[in-house]
Design a protein around this ligand. Structure first.
Ligand code: NAD
Length: 295
């Protein structure tokens, strides 16, 4: 058996198209153009690429993209002041501070300062709490994208046993919560889980969000399972001096057993920015007191 590859790139492109349509509806009907502000502190090379890509995608969807680049020695208070300024700017509907921030700045202080209404990363404790309570919330982008991929692949997820490996606030916990909201039976596994392989073998849906290259082996997969690989790990490539990206799942071995599997790259990754844009549209509708557009 060979698993069907879940084409995250194509699913994300289709989602971005629906977002662009929603943006033009908002402009035509309400004279409202959603705006996303991205703040980057310092010169981290990977962060610069992420911020640039977010800006391009925001503009392609017809939204306003604002970028603020602050020097690496920016104080925590100066960054929080910038965030408060954006909280009060009516043209800004979504605020994202690119992580990691330099060590003099507390990431949690930044998360706590972003207005929950503009928290398009979905990391503010108020949004995390609303998600757990089953209330409307801005939900974290990578977990939301992962669940969209599972739903587009399998349809209704009701009753499926989902195993999530990883319990971070960024990925593991919200993805488990979102799957619970889809009526899955959810098991959360983590670094202290005993006999992880046996736990994973129970999964109809296996979400790996660990950060260890190719940790999940082929014989951890239940035949026919849907495997969502969130991991992004850089390893040595075949040619000397070259690197390549791999997920948390041994793709070749797993795809011989799984029913569906996301590749790395080209699986969950492209969904993250698309869900960021979706959250910005949702935030803009809520801030303007409009009905939300189903995207
Ligand atoms: P994290 O380091 O915050 O959390 C990792 C989790 O894995 C922890 O909860 C830990 O308990 C668990 N873990 C660690 N070792 C384990 C082991 N041996 N067995 C079982 N569980 C173990 O990482 P994160 O921020 O949640 O990210 C996870 C992965 O997802 C990383 O590879 C990251 O690069 C990737 N990621 C991808 C995207 C994307 O857009 N595709 C976005 C965010 C994160």
């Amino acid at each position: 058996m060979s698993a069907e590859i879940i084409d995250g790139k194509a699913i994300a492109a289709a989602l971005r198209q629906r977002i662009a349509k929603a943006v033009s509806q908002l402009q035509e009907n309400h004279n409202l153009t959603p705006g996303l502000a991205v703040v980057l502190v310092g010169e981290d090379a990977a962060s610069q690429v992420y911020v640039r890509n977010k800006g391009i995608a925001t503009k392609e969807a017809g939204m306003v993209s604002l970028e603020f680049r602050l020097p690496a020695d920016t104080s925590q208070e100066a960054l929080l002041e910038k965030v408060r300024e954006l909280n009060n700017d009516p043209s800004v509907h979504g605020i994202l501070v690119q992580f990691p921030v330099p060590e003099q700045i507390s990431q949690q202080a930044v998360i706590d300062t972003i207005s929950p209404d503009k928290d398009v990363d979905g990391l503010h404790p108020q949004n995390a709490g609303r998600l757990v309570s089953g209330l409307p919330a801005l939900t974290p982008c990578t977990p939301t994208g992962s669940v969209i991929l599972a739903k587009q692949t399998l349809g209704d997820l009701t009753g499926k046993h989902a195993v999530v490996i990883g319990r971070s606030n960024l990925v593991g916990k919200p993805v488990a919560q979102l799957l619970l909201n889809e009526n899955c039976t959810v098991t959360m596994a983590h670094s202290r889980t005993k006999d992880l392989a046996a736990v994973c073998r129970q999964a109809d849906i296996l979400v790996a969000a660990v950060g260890i290259a190719e940790m999940v082996q082929g014989d951890w997969i239940k035949p026919g399972a849907c495997v969502i690989d969130v991991g992004i790990n850089r390893v040595a490539g075949a040619e000397a001096g070259k690197t390549r990206l791999v997920g948390d799942v041994d793709f070749a071995a797993a795809s011989a057993i799984a029913g569906h599997i996301t590749p790395v790259p080209g699986g969950v990754g492209p969904m993250t920015i698309a869900c960021l844009l979706r959250n910005t549209v949702t935030a803009a509708c809520r801030l303007a007191g409009l009905d939300e557009i189903e995207i």
